[in-house]
Design a binder for this molecule. Structure first.
Ligand SMILES: O=c1ccn([C@@H]2O[C@H](COP(=O)(O)OP(=O)(O)O[C@H]3O[C@H](CO)[C@@H](O)[C@H](O)[C@H]3O)[C@@H](O)[C@H]2O)c(=O)[nH]1
Ligand SMILES: [Mn+2]
Length: 735
């Protein structure tokens, strides 16, 4: 620390957004409107004359109650949104570079065929090249795929890194992810050409090896490497069942780069797996890394990264130092979360993978309360948060793992390595606090959300940091079935939290207050949107086809209420989106994907959750594929929806599209023939709204002939099912 007489310059600032006043006012007005709607609903229920009208009113009542509840949870994000700014350029006025805290960086990968090792390597190199004292950085790669291909890729990366790091430093490169750098408009010089050749050479080898599924003999450069790789060749070594593999690929005490500077530590870890012991997916992997890293370096700061999110800004770690050691802003700040941002989104972001609300707008709102939730990647933690609340420290069972333990032996020493293997063992956690009271928490498929939530319940706070140059950039799934499956996994994991004894709506509200509890409840109950959206997608159209009006007529006062509620919600949603660096086009995609996810991912997620509750084993963590198919990428770039595979998740989407189209046309014919528009206006409007939203689905069913069109099987099944629904509706009306 430097000693100065003047007070140190502030390292960050905080500004509440003005729109919070309007949000609060609007919330009050909208609440009144919702109350009037329920008054109307109750009257309708009481005065319903037939069982049919009673049940229709009941369905609409429940749907609106769920919509109203979800609306109420979103208010937490709107009450006090804030903006922060940090000043990393002032950091060195306060803290000498040699006093920067050490940092352990965790990178998770789980499948070399879904997560190409060359991309994982790129992620690792991008953080190894941080503008930070190199000897203080340790990169730990967790390979849940237990794959020699990934190990091989990292052996190559360790060699290439020795050239890449000095190259970045000497040329002041901002794009420190090699793939991003060579894909950018970089200076063509002898030096850049030389390094590009080296990179291409490494990439060729790694891709070649993955393609063949095995390592060419001539690629193995030393006897030591051969020995390491031979572990994977043992007969009983499989992905689900193998001993732990830990290899120090770079050691900052010995390894130097081509210009003589220190290299960061680079450690490959594949924890022990056994068919009979649960491994808890990513949370389990992170806990293994937490312990292995404790035994080797035990740095006070930890960054967790998914293999598909590379660093896009070498100054990011320094930005974090503007918050974490500084006690002035949030004394109990346990983590600094950066938004998940993506490269390669198409113009309209057709699948709304940007998740602007989840990753940008909502965290800004939560930052004005106790801080954002943890989103799994791009998050810097204080190691201490994993060991009990700010006031109640929990000692891990092995004293060497405690966050204040100082490692005094070289990472390659026998004692350290044997401890590392011990703590990476699959039975190590038996009868311990790991996953329940310490480390990343088990019990939900969205371990990130759940862990952040439990930490915040314990009293830890967090900070949201979103500099204008994205700190990290990730890949997005580019086919609809991948997107829907990812969202299905999320909804299962969220329901697991929502209906647990730690439910945010009970436990959360008690622990953190109403607003934080509501914010977390908003996510936990995402999947219940499936009910109202499904009802609104089917019921009005079915009734319309039967000539049965179910909403207020245009001249009735409740019609104005309905109009206000609909337009009010939609306009506020749109404004929120656009004011958070959004475009109208992307907002349109976002609301469409909300409907599509509600109709499929959330429905299937709820069913899977229910099955899981009954004790039937389900999929678990289905890793999203990051492999790019050229033809598919091309269609994605043109903004064309990708169906292609006959996924059952498409059935409700196709059914809603067919039914709404039929009902809308039927409604028009009715009006054109002189029928009463006023009675059916709301239903015709809803069907029309459904049609506009399902244009890409109709196109994929009836107009397209490319490989990404809707499989004929799905179209036929859906048409038949709509027929059955229509039949049932007619039957019910007759009795
Ligand atoms: O058994 C497993 C399964 C997954 N992973 C890793 O977890 C990460 C996320 O997996 P991915 O398939 O990319 O899931 P996404 O849905 O894209 O990820 C989001 O949702 C996850 C929770 O469901 C969070 O963990 C992620 O951080 C968040 O970005 C990847 O690095 C995987 O390698 C493991 O390490 N072990
Ligand atoms: Mn991912």
């Amino acid at each position: 620390m430097r000693t100065t007489t003047t007070p140190p310059p502030p390292l960050h600032s905080l500004r509440p957004l003005r729109r919070r006043h309007i949000n609060r006012l609007f919330a009050a007005v909208y609440t009144l409107a919702i109350l009037s709607l329920f008054y109307h609903h109750i009257l309708k229920l009481i005065y319903s004359t037939t069982p049919l009208s009673f049940f229709i009113s009941l369905f609409l009542f429940i749907s609106d109650a769920i919509l109203a509840y979800m609306w109420s949870t979103t208010q937490a994000f709107r009450m006090n949104p804030v903006h922060r700014k940090e000043f990393p350029e002032k950091l060195e006025k306060i803290l000498d570079r040699e006093d920067f805290p050490a940092m352990d960086i965790f990178i998770c990968t789980a499948d070399p065929y879904k997560e190409p090792p060359i991309a994982v390597v790129n992620t690792a190199l991008s953080v190894m090249a941080y503008d930070y004292p190199t000897e203080k950085l340790s990169v730990y790669v967790s390979d849940d795929g237990g794959s020699e291909l990934t190990m091989f890729a990292f052996m190559e990366a360790a060699k290439f890194g020795k050239k890449w790091l000095p190259f970045c430093r000497e040329n002041n490169v901002t794009e420190r992810c090699p793939d991003a750098y060579f894909g950018s408009n970089y200076d063509q010089t002898v030096k850049t050409r030389e390094i590009k050749m080296m990179y291409e050479n490494m990439k060729m080898k790694v891709e070649n090896v993955v393609e063949r599924g095995k390592i060419n003999d001539e690629y193995i450069s030393s006897e030591e490497d051969r020995q390491v790789l031979s572990q994977y060749w043992a007969e009983d070594f499989s992905r689900q069942n193998h001993p732990s593999v830990i290899k120090v690929l770079l050691n900052s005490n010995n390894d130097v780069d081509s210009s003589g500077g220190a290299m960061p530590n680079l450690i490959y870890v594949s924890r022990q797996k056994s068919n009979t012991t649960p491994h808890h997916f990513k949370a389990g992997a992170l806990n293994a890394l937490l312990r292995v890293s404790a035994s080797m370096t035990n740095s006070p700061l930890i960054l967790t990264l998914d293999c598909d999110m590379y660093s896009n800004d070498p100054l990011t770690a320094q930005r974090v130092l503007c918050y974490l050691p500084d006690k002035s802003g949030r004394p109990n700040c346990g983590y600094v979360q950066f938004p998940q941002r993506y490269h390669g989104l198409n113009k309209a972001d057709i699948y709304a993978c940007e998740h602007k609300r989840l990753f940008l707008a909502n965290p800004i709102g939560m930052d004005g309360l106790n801080g954002p939730s943890y989103v799994g990647t791009g998050c810097f933690f204080r190691r201490r948060v994993f060991f009990g609340s700010p006031s109640q420290y929990i000692q891990p069972e092995t004293p060497e793992l405690s966050p204040n333990h100082i490692v005094d032996k070289p990472i390659n020493s026998k004692e350290i390595l044997s401890l590392a293997h011990h703590v990476a063992g699959c039975n190590y956690e038996n009868q311990s606090n790991w996953g329940s009271k310490i480390g990343f928490r088990y019990g939900s498929l969205v371990e990130d959300y759940y862990t952040g939530y439990r930490l915040q319940c314990e009293g830890w706070q967090s900070v949201f940091c979103h500099p204008s140059r994205p700190a990290f950039l990730g890949d997005v799934p580019i086919s609809l079935s991948d997107v829907l499956n990812q969202n299905k996994r999320w909804s299962v994991g969220l329901l697991e939290v929502g209906f647990s004894k730690y439910s945010p709506s009970t436990f959360g509200i008690r622990a953190m207050g109403i607003l934080m509890g509501q914010a977390y409840a908003h996510y936990a109950f995402w999947a219940i949107w499936s009910f109202p959206v499904t009802i609104y997608a089917f019921l009005p159209s079915l009734a319309l086809l039967q000539g049965l009006p179910i909403f207020p007529k245009v001249h009735e006062p409740t019609f104005i209420l309905y109009t206000f509620l609909f337009i009010g919600a939609y306009v506020q949603d749109c404004l929120d989106f656009i004011l958070t660096q959004g475009t109208f086009l992307r907002w349109w995609s976002d609301q469409r994907m909300w409907l599509m996810r509600s109709l499929s991912s959330f429905v299937f997620g709820s069913i899977e959750y229910a099955i899981k509750c009954l004790g039937v084993p389900t999929h678990g963590f289905n890793v999203t594929s990051k492999v790019m198919d050229d033809e598919l990428s091309k269609r994605y770039d043109q903004g064309i929806f990708e169906f292609g595979v006959p996924s059952p998740m498409f059935v409700p989407l196709a059914m809603a599209a067919i039914l709404n189209l039929t009902a809308f046309l039927g409604g028009l014919v009715h009006v054109l023939k002189g029928g009463n528009l006023s009675n059916f206006f709301v239903q015709i409007f809803l069907a029309g709204f459904g049609v506009v939203n399902s244009l890409p689905i109709c196109g994929a069913m009836f107009l397209r002939s490319d490989k990404g069109r809707m499989p004929t099987k799905i179209t036929i099944t859906s048409t038949l099912l709509v027929g059955v629904l229509y039949g049932i509706a007619s039957f019910i009306l007759k009795i």
